[in-house]
Design a protein around this ligand. Structure first.
Ligand SMILES: [Zn+2]
Length: 401
């Protein structure tokens, strides 16, 4: 058993309590949070913060070798570039490359991440990850002639990963997007997720091009599809796509161009949104309307996406970008939401038993120090986001990593 004491303890419990000079007692699980708990205490120091470890809900580590190879600034140009360089990037990302990616997340206090795997190449590097992994096997493929082949390939990857499940490695499924997956494949993968109670992720309404294509079969995607696949047509209406995920645990990634009806639908089916602010900025797709997301009572996480559309996997940097980007929201309240987004909400998205310091939750926690005292506790989340890049301690299942 370990007992840590910090000047500020952020619980993320039902009441969202922040406790001053409080203690957390844990072994593999959190045993108790409060004052005068039994056992020898370790005091974390002046201006120390103890809180749930962060969760990066959406990554593509297969692309971790990218630094300067891809063109940013326009979604379709970037997509063409990704298609062009994909193999080169995948082949060059091996042991050291995955290790560095995980190390960067770890330093920023990440205890778990949701990995979108399109190839299965990453499995051998992630199965023994020191961080918790939720491994989303992704399906992509719109050509009806090869639906069976695509599904079989997906199933092979899925079964390989399923064999490796343990307390730190879990499996999920991912449907790439409404424009790139045939509805037959969507249905197959969703029914598998329902049977096995798996979390799902799907990119949705990332770009204006996607909006135009799915609504009218027009725009830049029309040119893109004409080049790559002859006679392509939009496969599904966006609202029908969302409907398919009823009674599942699904996270829609991006949603920058989702309209009011779609946001209402996302709320109705109790799905989540993963917000990737840096990726959205670099691909110049616009900005998620967080106020609308909140008004529609949708819970959102914040994630880095992959290094194919980011310069860093540091999750504190990511929420700082969100804080600076969403000028329509008061920083004090936005900061509170952002900390919740990368802990409690991300845990729900990934089906994990962590994200808050409450009795019975996995003992996944981080500690770090602020440069000076925060008198008004209401400003604590804001100062944490402004002043933190790396953490001092990271515990996963009660073990210091
Ligand atoms: Zn993504």
């Amino acid at each position: 058993m370990i007992k840590l004491k910090a000047d500020y303890v952020i619980t993320m419990n039902e009441k969202n309590e922040v406790l001053k000079n409080a203690e957390v007692l844990f072994d593999k699980k959190i045993i108790d949070v409060g004052y005068n708990l039994k056992g020898e205490e370790i005091y974390l120091g002046k201006n120390s913060v103890l809180m749930p470890a962060l969760i990066n809900a959406h990554t593509h580590l297969e692309f971790s070798k990218n630094k300067t190879l891809l063109d940013y600034g326009d979604f379709i140009t970037w997509l063409e570039c990704v298609i062009d360089k994909r193999e080169e990037l995948f082949i060059s990302c091996k042991g050291e490359c995955y290790k560095n990616a995980i190390e960067e997340m770890k330093k920023s206090g990440v205890c778990a991440f949701g990995e979108i795997s399109s190839s299965g190449n990453d499995l051998k590097y992630l199965k023994h990850s020191p961080l918790k992994v939720v491994y989303f096997n992704e399906i992509i493929g719109a050509n009806p002639a090869i639906v069976d082949v695509m599904y079989q390939d997906f199933l092979n990857r899925f079964n390989e990963s399923k064999k490796l499940e343990n307390e730190k490695f879990k499996v999920g499924v991912s449907i790439h997007s409404p424009y790139s997956v045939h509805p037959i494949l969507m249905d197959k993968v969703i029914s598998l997720a329902k049977e096995e109670n798996l979390p799902i992720q799907a990119h949705f309404m990332e770009s204006k091009a996607e909006r135009l294509w799915l609504d009218k079969g027009e725009g830049e995607f029309k040119i893109f599809f004409e080049k790559h696949f002859k006679n392509a047509k939009p496969l599904i209406k966006p609202i029908e796509f969302l409907e398919k995920f009823k009674d599942t645990n699904t996270t829609f990634v991006h949603c920058v161009h989702a309209n009011d009806k779609e946001l209402q639908k996302i709320n109705e089916i109790k799905a989540f949104i993963a917000h990737c602010p840096v990726s959205n900025r670099l691909l110049n797709v616009g900005k998620l309307d967080l106020e609308k997301v909140k008004n529609n009572h949708i819970d959102y996480s914040v994630a880095t996406d992959g290094l194919s559309s980011n310069y860093s996997l540091n999750l504190f940097k990511e929420i700082r970008a969100a804080l600076l980007m969403h000028t329509e929201l008061h920083p004090k309240y936005l900061a509170k939401d952002l900390l919740k987004a990368v802990t409690k909400i991300a845990a729900k998205e990934l089906n994990l038993n962590n994200g808050s310091l409450e009795k019975g939750k996995d003992a996944d926690l981080i500690s770090f120090k602020l440069p000076s005292e925060v008198k008004d506790i209401e400003y604590l989340p804001l100062h944490i986001i402004l002043h933190t890049n790396e953490v001092e301690k990271l515990y996963i299942n009660g073990e210091e990593i």
